[in-house]
Design a protein around this ligand. Structure first.
Ligand SMILES: N[C@@H](CCC(=O)N[C@@H](CS)C(=O)NCC(=O)O)C(=O)O
Length: 216
């Protein structure tokens, strides 16, 4: 029986949960998942045993607990035999790690104004320079990644799948839901992500989830 259990939130809304979930799926790790429904009166009480500061995701590995999306990915890289981690190439790796850390700690306008809501379809309209700055910055970093891409390896950021794709894939949903105008290379990357079988599984799992009025 698997010792790994990933504690996640609603698949339509929990961008932080999607990151380690996709990373684990792509690495074909055997794990159980447990959903704690966001915005419910019992959320805090239910998440409390898993060690985090009242948030999902969290990982249970037998008697150990790890929380926070990036820490979970790092922990799995340290402790599991994985096919996909960070890119091997030094320059790709430097960018992959930097853009993932930037995703984790930055983009407050993007995160607050374009929250992940997978079923949402909305026309893009903004005059907010901070939001447009976040969007432009992400497009610029992705374009840098594409320029280093190992074309033979596939259509992920650096060619083959890496932890950077896991960290950035919620932005694909945000750009798609809010109809953000993007260059064709970015659109192709988004289409690649959206066609991925594990990403599609996540979307499918969430299709009948309750709609939360304050999201999106
Ligand atoms: N830095 C954390 C952020 C986790 C986070 O904010 N999770 C949200 C769901 S996507 C949450 O649990 N919110 C519940 C709440 O704030 O009550 C990570 O990377 O995992």
């Amino acid at each position: 029986m698997s010792k790994l259990k990933l504690i996640i939130g609603n698949k339509n809304y929990s961008s932080w949960s999607l990151r380690p979930w996709l990373f684990m799926r792509k690495n074909t790790l055997d794990f159980a998942e447990q959903i704690i429904w966001l915005d419910t009166p019992t959320f805090q009480q239910e998440v409390q045993p898993f060690g985090s500061n009242g948030t999902v995701p969290a990982l249970v590995d037998d008697k150990l607990q790890v929380w926070d999306s990036l820490a979970i990915i790092d922990y799995l890289i340290d402790t599991q035999k994985l096919q996909y981690t960070w890119p091997q190439d030094k320059a790709q790796r430097a960018l992959a790690r930097s853009m993932s850390a930037e995703m984790h700690s930055g983009y407050s306008a993007l995160r607050s104004q374009l929250s992940m809501d997978i079923r949402l379809r909305k026309a893009y309209k903004t005059s907010d320079v901070h939001l447009q700055g976040d969007i432009d910055r992400i497009i610029s970093l992705w374009t840098q990644a594409f320029s280093m891409r190992d074309q033979q390896a596939g259509g992920w950021l650096f060619g083959g799948f890496s932890a950077a794709d896991a960290m950035l894939v919620p932005v694909v949903f945000r750009f798609d839901s809010y109809s953000i105008p993007v260059p064709s290379q970015v659109r192709a990357y988004m289409d690649h992500c959206l066609a991925d079988e594990d990403v599609r599984q996540w979307v499918d799992d969430g299709k009948d989830e309750v709609v939360l009025p304050d999201h999106g």
